[in-house]
Design a binder for this molecule. Structure first.
Ligand code: KE4
Length: 422
């Protein structure tokens, strides 16, 4: 019996499903999760000493790779000065400034502790600022586990085929209006019917929670125009794409300025950090400058701020174009090998993100994403892990590369793909 299996057995007696976040349980790919002892660069090492090339990278935060020395040093130095003050510190100001300087749509920003907190807070702010109640989101997009967002959500809900979730009042979800991703006509119909009472529209500018789905040409500009026309706030959920799609996020890459932006993952360098920010006239409605309440004991935590600052400082000088070119090459080479094996495959990729859907149908929304053959994915996932490559344990997630992934890692990954039997 492996130590990982022993740990999972014990964990299941103490923690629901043995994990602290559902998708980690690997239920949809018929495997037990591997317990990780340490990580460095592009590699994970399990508690049984097995080394894996990692393409989950903690679901996105580790764009520099695991345990980058400069980030570790910054965090350790911060810890030595005290883990938490419950009072403002200089690094909160410095990280806020770094985010405001980098992200086109952010004039002011509030730190929280997760992407979920960021989106929950942004939704409350949008409703408080507009005085309206409805929120529009897209099927298959995931914006964290806040009640209002758990309607036709992606990520773990799609993975586990959970349509919504018990515990969310019907009235809450009634205020969430749904449209298919990339369907501007459906959005226009919602606004024609409810436009004067729609507070905001949430969108992942590149969808990463139904597998990777790219915005169709004109989609994001169309959303910008509709929200402006009806006075609703356009909110880009850039928890995945922030500082990944480019240093300024998807909004910089696509040249679309949202009214609010939510961030997470990368800005904490692996520590629990989320943030929401946007137009100054909107953000000033947040307490204590305004009357929309939001708070948090560990918001702006000095250790997390130090790690985030060190991360963004390195990313500001990083060669995004180079990583994108290398990632594109890897993604296309994997596609070619899968096609040679006679496997139906549709590749979706942008920047340092990609998803191989096991379908020949072009994937443009949640409905087409669900044509992926999950049995083929399960075979792929299990064998790739056996051959030393750690993929996301779900066909409805992305693969993430990092600046720590080497050409040797990519070659070993291709060797593993060549060995997979379907
Ligand atoms: P967190 O609360 O997990 O920090 O962030 C929620 C969130 C919000 N918005 C987007 C676009 C997100 O992708 C996420 C979280 N991403 C998932 C992975 N796709 C987290 C993994 C997990 O749930 O364990």
């Amino acid at each position: 019996m492996s130590k990982s299996t022993d740990l999972f057995t014990k964990a299941q007696t103490l923690i629901p499903g043995g994990v602290n976040s559902p998708v980690r349980a690997c239920k949809s790919v018929a495997c037990d999760p591997l317990f990780i002892a340490k990580a460095a660069g592009s590699k994970l090492t399990t508690v049984d000493g097995i080394e894996l090339i990692d393409y989950v990278m903690s679901w996105g935060p580790m764009l520099l790779g695991h345990a980058p020395a400069e980030v570790n040093e910054a965090a350790c130095a911060a810890i030595a000065r005290g883990a938490s003050f419950g009072a403002p510190c200089e690094d909160e100001v410095r990280l806020a400034e770094a985010i405001v300087d980098a992200v086109p749509g952010i004039d002011m920003v509030r730190m929280v502790n997760s992407g979920t907190e960021a989106t929950m807070s942004a939704l409350r702010l949008a409703r408080g600022f507009t005085g309206r109640k409805y929120m529009v989101k897209f099927e298959g997009c995931y914006h964290g586990h806040g009640d209002s967002f758990l309607a036709a959500a992606g990520s773990g809900l799609a993975t586990l085929s959970i349509p919504g979730t018990p515990g969310v009042p019907e009235d809450t979800v009634k205020q969430t209006l749904l449209a298919p991703y990339n369907d501007l006509d459906a959005v226009k119909a919602l606004f024609e019917k409810h436009g004067d009472d729609i507070a905001c529209l949430f969108v992942e500018p590149v969808a990463g929670n139904m597998g990777l789905v790219l915005p169709a040409d004109g989609f994001l500009q169309g959303l910008r125009d509709i929200c402006t026309q009806y006075g609703a706030l356009l909110i880009f959920d850039e928890v995945i794409t922030g500082f990944r799609a480019s240093f300024g996020g998807a909004q910089e890459r696509f040249g679309i300025k949202p009214d609010l932006t939510t961030l997470g993952k990368i800005i904490g360098g692996g520590f629990p950090v989320g943030a929401y920010g946007g137009r100054k006239d909107i953000m000033e409605r947040i307490a204590p400058s305004g009357d929309v309440y939001q708070a948090g004991t560990l918001s702006g935590n000095p250790v997390a701020m130090a790690a985030g600052l060190a991360t963004l400082k390195l990313l500001k000088q990083a060669d995004y174009a180079g990583l994108e070119a290398r990632t594109i090459k890897l993604a296309y080479e994997i596609t070619a090998i899968l096609e040679e094996k006679g496997v139906p495959v549709y590749l979706s990729n942008i920047g340092s993100l990609f998803t191989h859907f096991f379908t020949k149908t072009p994937v443009t929304n949640f409905e087409t994403a669900k044509t992926t053959d999950t049995n083929l994915f399960t075979k792929f996932y299990g064998q790739m892990r056996e051959f030393g490559v750690n993929l996301a344990p779900s066909g409805y997630e992305c693969a993430f590369t990092s600046f720590a992934h080497t050409d040797e890692d990519f070659e070993k990954t291709l060797e593993a793909v060549r060995k997979v039997q379907f």
